[in-house]
Every structure is written in structure tokens, then in C-alpha cells.
Design a protein around this ligand. Structure first.
Ligand code: NAD
Length: 329
């Protein structure tokens, strides 16, 4: 009998990659999402289109004991969605409801171990003011002071999963993802993150044109390639460590530095124009000491390698859509 897995948020970016990986390992996979993935056909054996805010849907989806359960569904987006303040009520209500429903249904169906994807956005703003020395060690989370409601919801839900461990004998696993990127992610429409937005802007730039980059460009981040995120996710679920633990890259880069890297990959003469825009914290980097200690593993791939693959995919998508338009005319 094949092992079984449930992936909530399987129509999303990381969920889609996770389903592929579990299929390669021979799992029977059920995916659930509000929508199919826009960029790749799902490899899930059973894909349920459903709203995890609805308890009846959740009860139908969690109808058995799975060997592995991954909860990645969330109302989320890039800085343009999370940091403007306009979507705060939706972000908090939708994601908290999903987590309350999924976790409780899993508990009731004797699914004792659920993976939960929290975010580096839950770290306190005051530790991320210096772009050269942000502190994102796991034990720096409290006293809490995330800079977005998205981060506060993640903090609440982390605590929820760990409370079920303490009170109900569950073995949930909590990871804090740091800026995941790669092919088959959102790259246009307002919910895309910096790496995808840079690739799109640079791929579309005319010769000699400049692309717009939010802020002064000196804010720092690290970015983790999606395959390594999936690897860390699976390793954590199967380990005896509950977390919370960072899953991120320690290769910190300024946002202008990221743009310059993509310009170099593209081989174009594009310039950079820094403009005001939603920003988030001043500096953020993963701290991988704990994951190394507890799992004996940490991500190791260079940012450049991942950005080359991502640029190749996004410029290919732009070309594909362009060809489709021409053919339709
Ligand atoms: P994503 O937006 O591509 O995937 C999330 C999926 O959840 C979407 O497909 C969405 O349709 C689905 N969803 C939302 N509301 C739902 C509902 N009510 N019912 C069913 N499905 C619903 O995001 P992602 O980048 O794949 O992120 C996956 C998880 O990792 C999220 O929880 C996110 O908060 C977390 N995370 C991601 C990053 C990152 O950089 N991508 C960083 C930190 C944390």
C-alpha cells in the first residue's frame, strides 16, 4: 500500500512543488485548494477544490488518517498585498480560520502530526532595523512585535499548533519560511514577491530602460530556492523536532544587489530606479544554527543558481504568452 499525504494549499506555489516531490517518493496525495495551480498541472491523485474556512469542507477532506499532513494554505501575497494595510482583516480572518479548522479536524481524525508553515514575518520589527545585522534566531521571537498582521496571524497559529502538542498529545511541526522563490510561482498581478517581480521587470525592459525598485534598494533579505524549502519541510516533518525552526537561506543580499544579479543573468543593460513603495522590515536573514543542530541539515544552494532557473522560467512564460497573443490576433 502506498503511503498517503494531505497537502492543504496544493494549488499554491510551494504546495505544488511539495505534491510533485511526494509523488516522486511514491505517495498517494490528496491536494486541497480554492483553485488549481495556474502554472502547472497538478500531480495529486485527488485534488479537491474547496474552501478550508468551511468546516464541512475540512471534515470531508480530512476523512481518514494520512501518513503525512502539510498545512500550507494561507491568504498571502508579496509586500504589495501584506504591507499596505488594506487586506489586514482578510489576511487575519482567513488564515486563522483555515488553521483552526484544519488542525482540529486532523486531531479528531487521529492525524497526530501536521506540518505548519509559519513565516519569518513573525519576527519582531525592532530586531530587523539594521540591514547589515538582522536578528532572526528562533529565540528572538519574544517579546513579539511583527510589523504586519500577516506576521501576527502566523505567530498565533504557531502557538495554536504547539498548544495542541502540549494539551492533546499531537506532534505538530512548525517551520518559519524565509522568502521562498522559484519557477511556477506568482510572477505578476500584485501578489508576486521581489525575486519574481525583478525577473519580470527585467525580462520586459526595453534596451537601456530602467526598472523600478521599491525603497532605496539597500534593504536586505535572503531568498530560498523552492526545492530546498520542500527538502527542509519534509525533513522537519519526519524528524523528532517540533520547532519552530527557520527554513531559509543565510545568503543575505540587498534588493538592489538582487536586481543587479538578475540584470547580469539576463545579459541586459537595464538600469535601476529606486522609488517609494511598501517595504517591510529594513533587514532580514535566516539564522540556520538551530536547523543545523536539530536536523543535521541546512540549505546550501547559492542564490545565483536559483535565480538563473527562475529567470529562465519567467522569461519563458512571458515569451509563451506573447506567442499566444500573436497567434490569437
Ligand atoms: P501561495 O499563495 O502560492 O499558496 C497558498 C495557497 O493557499 C493558495 O493556492 C491559495 O489559493 C490557498 N488558499 C488560500 N485560502 C484558502 C482557503 N480558504 N481554502 C483553501 N485554500 C486556500 O503561497 P506559498 O508561497 O505557496 O506559501 C505557502 C505557505 O508558506 C503559506 O502558508 C505562506 O504563508 C507560507 N510562507 C511562504 C513564504 C514564501 O516566501 N512563499 C514565506 C513564508 C511563509
Amino acid at each position: 500500500m502506498a503511503k498517503t499525504a494531505l497537502v492543504c494549499g496544493a494549488g499554491g506555489f510551494i504546495g505544488g512543488h511539495l505534491v510533485k516531490r511526494l509523488k516522486r517518493e511514491g505517495f498517494w496525495v490528496r491536494g486541497v485548494d480554492l483553485k488549481f495551480n495556474e502554472h502547472a498541472e497538478t500531480e495529486a491523485d485527488d485534488f479537491v477544490i474547496g474552501d478550508l474556512r468551511d468546516q464541512l469542507v475540512v471534515r470531508d477532506v480530512v476523512d481518514r488518517k494520512f501518513d503525512e499532513v502539510y498545512q500550507l494554505a494561507a491568504d498571502m501575497g508579496g509586500a504589495g498585498y501584506i504591507f499596505t494595510g488594506e487586506n489586514d482583516a482578510d489576511i487575519m480572518h482567513n488564515s486563522a480560520t483555515i488553521n483552526l479548522n484544519v488542525l482540529d479536524a486532523c486531531y479528531k481524525r487521529n492525524n497526530k502530526r501536521v506540518f505548519y508553515s509559519s513565516s519569518a514575518c513573525m519576527y519582531p520589527e525592532h530586531n530587523q532595523l539594521d540591514p547589515d545585522n538582522p536578528n532572526c534566531s528562533e529565540d528572538s521571537a519574544y517579546p513579539a512585535n511583527p510589523d504586519s498582521e500577516y506576521g501576527w496571524e502566523k505567530l498565533f497559529s504557531e502557538r495554536l499548533y504547539l498548544a495542541y502538542n502540549r494539551n492533546y498529545g499531537m506532534q505538530n511541526r512548525v517551520a518559519r519560511y524565509h522568502n521562498i522563490f522559484g519557477p511556477e510561482g506568482t510572477w505578476q498581478g500584485g501578489k508576486e514577491k521581489a525575486p519574481a517581480a525583478m525577473c519580470r521587470k527585467i525580462a520586459l525592459a526595453e534596451p537601456g530602460q530602467s526598472i523600478e525598485v521599491w525603497g532605496d534598494g539597500l534593504q536586505t533579505r535572503s531568498f530560498l530556492y523552492v526545492d530546498e524549502c520542500v527538502e527542509g519541510t519534509i525533513r522537519l516533518l519526519r524528524s523528532d523536532f517540533e520547532g519552530p525552526v527557520n527554513i531559509g537561506s543565510e545568503e543575505m543580499v540587498t534588493i538592489n544587489g538582487l536586481a543587479e544579479m538578475v540584470i547580469d543573468i539576463a545579459g541586459k543593460d537595464t538600469g535601476i530606479k529606486n522609488i517609494p513603495g511598501p517595504l517591510g522590515v529594513r533587514g532580514r536573514n535566516s539564522d540556520n544554527r538551530l536547523i543545523r543542530e536539530k536536523l543535521g541539515w541546512a540549505p546550501s544552494q547559492s542564490l545565483r543558481t536559483g535565480m538563473e532557473k527562475t529567470y529562465g522560467w519567467i522569461s519563458g512564460e512571458i515569451q509563451r504568452l506573447h506567442n499566444q497573443r500573436i497567434a490569437a490576433e
